[in-house]
Ligand binder design. Structure first.
Ligand SMILES: [Zn+2]
Length: 138
């Protein structure tokens, strides 16, 4: 599993520049990401730009709207199934999180909106489906 505890829930701990605001109370309902000031690439929890290797990153706040890129139902070792999804945010970065609703009802292409930036139990973003019937059945 990729999480053992909540010990990775403080990304600011790995930031030497201190650009992240650990005390920002209202950040819990928004996902903060990094954008390269050189080439404009948006990224999530990176210390270097994956495109130009630049380290001059500034923190921005996501609008919280995204699209499901991939969704996996996890039901082993848990009494209730849940999904683990990769969400491509409108700003262009991808985060791993959970989408509320029936685990088998989440499909690639579904539009989602951020519900909670950090699940109190798992510390991962939680999304909810935008009421949007469009799906790319292919
Ligand atoms: Zn860059």
């Amino acid at each position: 599993m990729f999480h053992h505890s909540a010990s990775v829930s403080h990304p600011a701990a790995g930031s030497a520049t201190g650009v992240l605001e650990p005390g920002a109370a209202d950040s819990r309902d928004a996902i903060c990401f990094q954008r390269c000031t050189w080439c404009g690439t948006a990224m999530y929890h990176r210390l270097l730009c994956p495109v130009c290797q630049g380290s001059d990153l500034r923190t921005e706040r996501s609008e919280g709207i995204g699209t499901v890129r991939h969704s996996t139902v996890v039901h082993r070792n848990t009494p209730a199934a849940r999904n683990v999804s990769l969400i491509e945010m409108a700003e262009g970065f991808v985060v791993r999180g959970r989408v509320m609703g029936p685990p088998v009802g989440i499909h690639s292409g579904d539009r989602v909106r951020l519900s909670t930036a950090k699940d109190p139990v798992r510390g991962e973003p939680v999304f909810q489906l935008v009421d949007e019937p469009y799906r790319a059945w292919t």
